[in-house]
Write a protein that binds this ligand. Structure first.
Ligand code: OMP
Length: 235
């Protein structure tokens, strides 16, 4: 999947539903106005690969399963996912270099169709206090930069981070890493369980390649209009 040059191509709607019919319908209506659609744990745990097969002909699929296990198991999961031809896959950077390296090696089997591998750094729902409760002191930026270095060195193509870390990552690693950024909220929309947030414009100005936006689009009375309003304001 090519790096977007601007506008609506930067937006990836997160289709979080357990209903494959709704997922397919949302993908059909949103696909003309976005870069890809994200399918995640809610849909996959409810319906498995079949749900991905329904959506894949409609739009490039960012399959966000946040793989996190021993290297052998993650490599096997990546191999199992390759026939679904996802455009992007996520794994947790906290799984370590060997795990991410094994994922990359397994993904190479897809050749030219290899999915973009993204390492999730620090979940956007965590603030410094919640992160410290997991044993990680020093705050999100420091931990995101630590995991970014590990992930990029282990073969990840890019990172998932909050808008707040995009600038520090660009300063440290330059333009090469693909940055996919959730925790994005248009001004005035409900934050929900997201903590480290910014607006779409702020995320892109800081250097995000793609922004992931779920409920502000899928929960809107008119999801197509909500997507268009977000994409239309982006550089
Ligand atoms: O990997 C992700 O996409 C992800 C990482 C992260 O740190 N935070 C995060 O919110 N996400 C995903 O991004 C989407 C955000 O959805 P909304 O909060 O509804 O915009 C959800 O599908 C999350 O699973």
């Amino acid at each position: 999947m090519a790096r977007p040059r601007g506008g609506a191509g930067r937006v990836i709607p997160a289709i979080d539903t357990a209903d494959p019919g709704r997922a397919e319908a949302l993908a059909r209506t949103l696909a003309p106005g976005c870069g890809a659609v994200k399918l995640g744990l809610e849909l996959f745990t409810a319906c498995g690969p079949e749900a991905v097969r329904r959506v894949a002909p409609v739009a490039p699929v960012f399959l966000d399963l946040k793989l996190h296990d021993i290297p052998n198991t993650v490599a096997g999961a990546v191999r199992s996912l390759l026939p679904l031809r996802p455009a992007m896959l996520t794994l947790h950077g906290a799984g370590g270099a060997a795990m991410m390296g094994a994922a990359r090696e397994a993904a190479e089997a897809a050749g030219e169709a290899r999915p973009i591998l993204l390492a999730v750094t620090v979940l956007t729902s965590l603030d410094a206090g919640a992160l410290a409760e997991t044993g990680i002191a020093g705050g999100p930026v420091q931990q995101v930069l630590r995991l970014a270095r590990l992930a990029l060195g282990a073969g990840a193509d890019g990172l998932v981070c909050s808008p707040r870390e995009v600038g520090p990552i660009r300063d440290a690693f330059g333009e090469a890493p693909l940055l996919v950024v959730p925790g994005v909220r248009p001004a005035g929309s409900a934050v929900g369980d997201q903590v480290r947030t910014a607006t779409p414009e702020e995320a892109v100005a800081a250097g995000a390649d793609w922004i992931v936006v779920g409920r502000p689009i899928t929960g809107a009375a008119d999801p197509v209009a909500a997507l268009a309003a977000i994409g239309g304001a982006l550089a």
